[in-house]
Design a protein around this ligand. Structure first.
Ligand SMILES: N[C@@H](CCC(=O)N[C@@H](CS)C(=O)NCC(=O)O)C(=O)O
Length: 216
């Protein structure tokens, strides 16, 4: 059985991405949750025992280990073609991969200023100009996909690109970031997804606190 090593559901946006790809695609897997940034060095050692990168997520499939969220989604797309994690059409697939890579390597200001923290009381923060540009670009991506592919998810049915963008839906809510009408259907679709709801429920039930993420 596949094993997905993840961090706290409340905080770990990178863990959320492949977890959602698996759960929303009904691919069976065992979850190994290791709390992040604890005072116990054994926790970091456990992460390192799964991945020499020392980060979550990591996927273990027999003697194959895949680390880094986007590589895991690529691996799942190859191993489970029936899950259709990437669109069938080559041009749409290139689009899906481009926005997934853009998410993976970009939006630093938004990520730094609005870390995922599900239990944070909803309230706005003063965003930098760069973070505001990130918000506008993300909403433009969602709106363009909705217009081109018809929704409800970015390329129709839920896929890898949606897994990559899902944590942003939480960030927009928690930091009371306004969502434009043209991007709203995507937020609604994501919030109605049972896998998204399950992750959220389980994250909210956690009691670990990471001080540095609570300060924002
Ligand atoms: N680029 C990586 C980022 C992974 C990452 O930064 N994971 C964080 C948690 S969200 C982590 O493992 N932190 C624990 C540590 O550095 O000890 C990915 O896409 O998976």
């Amino acid at each position: 059985m596949l094993k997905l090593v993840i961090g706290n559901k409340n905080y770990s946006s990178w863990s959320m991405r492949p977890w959602l790809a698996l759960r929303a695609s009904d691919i069976p897997f065992e979850e190994v949750l290791i709390p992040l940034y604890t005072d116990d060095p054994a926790d970091k050692q456990r992460i390192l025992s799964f991945s020499h990168a020392g980060k979550v997520p990591a996927l273990v499939d027999g003697d194959v280990t895949v680390w880094d969220s986007l590589s895991i989604i690529e691996y799942l797309a190859e191993k489970f073609p029936q899950a259709k994690l990437w669109p069938q059409d080559r041009a749409a697939r290139a689009h899906a991969r481009s926005i997934s890579a853009e998410m993976h390597s970009g939006f630093m200001a938004l990520r730094n200023e609005c870390g995922m923290n599900l239990h944070r009381p909803v309230r706005p923060v003063a965003l930098s100009e760069d973070a505001r540009a990130n918000v506008a670009r993300i909403q433009a991506i969602w709106a363009e996909c909705h217009q081109r592919y018809g929704g409800p998810f970015l390329f129709g049915a839920f896929g890898g690109a949606d897994a990559m963008f899902a944590p942003v839906v939480h960030r927009f809510r928690t930091y009371a970031i306004p969502v434009a009408d043209k991007a709203r259907p995507y937020v609604d679709a994501m919030e109605a997804l049972p896998a998204f709801q399950q992750w959220t429920r389980e994250g909210l039930a956690e009691t670990w606190l990471i001080d540095r993420f609570e300060a924002v």
